[in-house]
Design a protein around this ligand. Structure first.
Ligand SMILES: CCCCCCCCCCCCCCCC(=O)SCCNC(=O)CCNC(=O)[C@H](O)C(C)(C)COP(=O)(O)OP(=O)(O)OC[C@H]1O[C@@H](n2cnc3c(N)ncnc32)[C@H](O)[C@@H]1OP(=O)(O)O
Length: 194
């Protein structure tokens, strides 16, 4: 069974996504948005270490290898970990829009079990934009980039300002992030999206 709920249907006035002129070129690695991020951060020992790559239009690809630490049932990936991999891949689309946005809603289908050791080939694209709302979809395939779909997701991301993080994050981590001039400069630049 699968199907997207009404909450994830773009409204009639939604527009196709527009790739930002300064977006990374197709094939380019996007890098982590935050070193401690569970999804993409290199400094996060327990994380997924997902490395997304820009695709054509407003799309990305990523690969994620399921490790023993990701199990739910014996020898199989935990569904929440797979949802995280989808969420992170969808979130990396924001690099191509040059927008800061957070997940408002994520709907996931789990079509096949994913064993430990499997490489999940992820692909995500933005389907529509309506004001602050960004509609997107993703798949995770096994056995190769053209293999069968094991997981898929539809999502709504909502654009926010940097203050979303400053106002809501724990002060220790916010202070550390604010002390990283590159992090702040990059985030602020994304707020001014011509
Ligand atoms: C120094 C610091 C450096 C910082 C450097 C930053 C780095 C960049 C980090 C990015 C990180 C990414 C990481 C991976 C992606 C995550 O995992 S993000 C983490 C998980 N998500 C969250 O924590 C979000 C929590 N939720 C919220 O904060 C708020 O609910 C939201 C999503 C911001 C929306 O709140 P709001 O801004 O008050 O907006 P609101 O008016 O409620 O909604 C706007 C529109 O969206 C619709 N909407 C909102 N939620 C929903 C929903 N669940 N279903 C359907 N429609 C919805 C509303 O109906 C509304 O529609 P319209 O009326 O405009 O037609």
């Amino acid at each position: 069974m699968s199907g997207t709920s009404a909450a994830l249907q773009p409204p009639a006035d939604a527009a196709p996504p527009v790739r930002h002129p300064d977006a990374p070129a197709p094939g380019e690695l996007l890098g982590a948005h935050y070193g401690e991020c569970f999804g993409c951060g290199g400094a996060q020992p327990h994380g997924l270490h997902l490395a997304a790559r820009a695709g054509e239009g407003v799309s990305v690809t990523a690969e994620f290898t399921v490790r023993p630490a990701h199990q739910g049932a014996p020898g199989l990936a935990h569904g929440g970990v797979l949802a995280t991999a989808l969420d992170e891949t969808l979130g990396s689309l924001n690099w191509l829009l040059r927008t800061i946005a957070v997940t408002g809603r994520l709907e996931t289908d789990f079509a096949r079990p994913v064993p430990v050791g499997t490489v999940l080939y992820l692909e995500a694209r933005v389907t529509a934009v309506a004001g602050r709302k960004i509609y997107s979809t993703a798949t995770g395939r096994i056995g190769g980039p053209e293999g069968p779909v094991a997981v898929r997701a539809d999502a709504l991301f909502v654009e926010v300002k940097v203050d979303h993080f400053i106002d809501n994050g724990r002060p220790e981590e916010i202070r550390a992030a604010m002390n990283d001039p590159d992090q702040v400069r990059r985030a602020r630049a994304f707020e001014v999206n011509p």
